[in-house]
Design a protein around this ligand. Structure first.
Ligand SMILES: C[S@@+](CC[C@H](N)C(=O)[O-])C[C@H]1O[C@@H](n2cnc3c(N)ncnc32)[C@H](O)[C@@H]1O
Length: 217
């Protein structure tokens, strides 16, 4: 049998974290504000992995499901093609308010469109194509989101989903606590489906809370 190495351990994680370029300026401020106020935003290792994808792809049209305070959309805005834009969807009015103010302060007001809506309703009512779709809204709905998003991509478009390993529980063989069981089952079903989907090449990265990357063939 092929020799296997267990690379996800604390030493490796700490080492990799120590190599990550820290955030600066307004993004650093936003990330600190989010931490202080328990607002879930993407972790630094996720941001740095996304940075690589955005740098390679230089997308023109990006869709984000789950804007929160605008942290990731402001980050993405730095990696777009000229004339590129981001549509970001959020269903919490308080978040929309904060995101609007942050986006204004970031100077990306003309690049980022915030849409106050249920992610699923938004997806059901658009007739648009995107180069990258970042799924970061209701985790229990990822499969439904992916089904629709798979038809909203330009050629070689990419769908990225965050938190897919959900605190490592998705990969655990032991019994999952009742409160998280449904969510974990849904995420397992989501990953099973996307990794078998012949239209995409998918990779699951065990960074932060787990990230899936699916590239349309
Ligand atoms: C993890 S946060 C997004 C973080 C953001 N992408 C970042 O990293 O900066 C998830 C956000 O999705 C929003 N959300 C949850 N369910 C949603 C839904 N059904 N439709 C739209 N937004 C939703 C939440 O209110 C929350 O602000």
């Amino acid at each position: 049998m092929e020799k296997r190495f267990n690379i996800v351990n604390i030493d490796v994680e700490e080492y990799i974290q120590s190599t990550l370029k820290p955030l600066e300026g307004f993004l650093k401020e936003m990330s600190e504000h989010a931490k202080k106020n328990n607002i879930p935003v993407a972790k630094l290792e996720t941001i740095r992995a996304l940075e690589v994808i955005f740098n390679l792809k230089k997308p023109k049209a990006v869709l984000e499901l789950g804007c929160a305070i605008g942290f990731t959309s402001i980050f993405f805005a730095g990696y777009l093609d000229k004339s590129g834009y981001i549509d970001t969807v959020e269903n919490d009015p308080d978040m929309v308010k904060i995101a609007k103010s942050n986006i204004k302060n970031s100077g990306f007001e003309k690049t980022i469109n915030i849409i106050y809506a249920e992610a699923y309703d938004y997806l059901m009512n658009i007739d648009k194509k995107y180069d990258i779709i970042f799924i970061d809204a209701a985790k229990g709905q990822y499969e439904k989101y992916f089904d629709i998003c798979s038809n909203l991509l330009n050629e070689k478009g990419v769908i990225i989903a965050d938190n897919v390993l959900y605190r490592g529980m998705v990969a655990k063989k032991d019994k999952i606590p009742h409160r998280q069981a449904t969510l974990v089952e849904r995420l397992r079903s989501f990953l099973d489906k996307i990794t078998k989907d012949e239209r995409f090449d998918t990779s699951i990265l065990s960074i932060a809370d787990g990230l899936s990357i699916s590239v349309k063939k």
